[in-house]
Write a protein that binds this ligand. Structure first.
Ligand code: THU
Length: 130
């Protein structure tokens, strides 16, 4: 049983709200703040495909827009394996706002736990803009 079982359960619930008619690939995410609050997200697709929002960035935007800015982990769930790693754009957005959080991938009874730095080594960030 993962330390993150509760967070995974939230991400799995969020799959049910995915708007993924074009890809048929629903994703749920649950972002755990340092204060223990959880913000869920699902992918939201558009008929203009490039406007699609990934589950992870929906969760991140919800948290930031509610004034929550410190995070410890994100769970990303799909209905079935293989486990779904965050796309490159989501890795960057998470690094920008959540730095080296834990990234928990889950599907059915499978899970893996990574650090964001493992998934995005040598990241670009605000440190290069000084
Ligand atoms: N997707 C996510 O929501 N998160 C990821 O990290 C990978 C991809 C969504 C975007 C699109 O709606 C569908 O999965 C297929 O790419």
């Amino acid at each position: 049983m993962s330390l993150y079982a509760g967070l995974i359960a939230h991400a799995k619930q969020a799959i049910l709200r995915a708007q993924a008619t074009y890809s048929g690939f629903p994703v749920g995410a649950a972002l755990l703040a340092k204060d223990g609050s959880i913000f869920t997200g699902c992918n939201i697709e558009s008929s203009s495909y490039g406007l699609t929002l990934c589950a992870e960035r929906v969760a991140l935007a919800k948290a930031l827009s509610e004034g929550v800015t410190e995070f410890q982990a994100i769970a990303i769930a799909t209905p079935k394996p293989p486990l779904c790693p965050p796309c490159g754009a989501c890795r960057q957005a998470l690094w920008d706002y959540a730095k080296n959080i834990k990234v928990v991938l889950a599907a059915e009874d499978e899970f893996q736990i990574w650090t964001l730095q493992e998934l995005l080594p040598h990241a670009f960030d605000e440190g290069f803009l000084q």
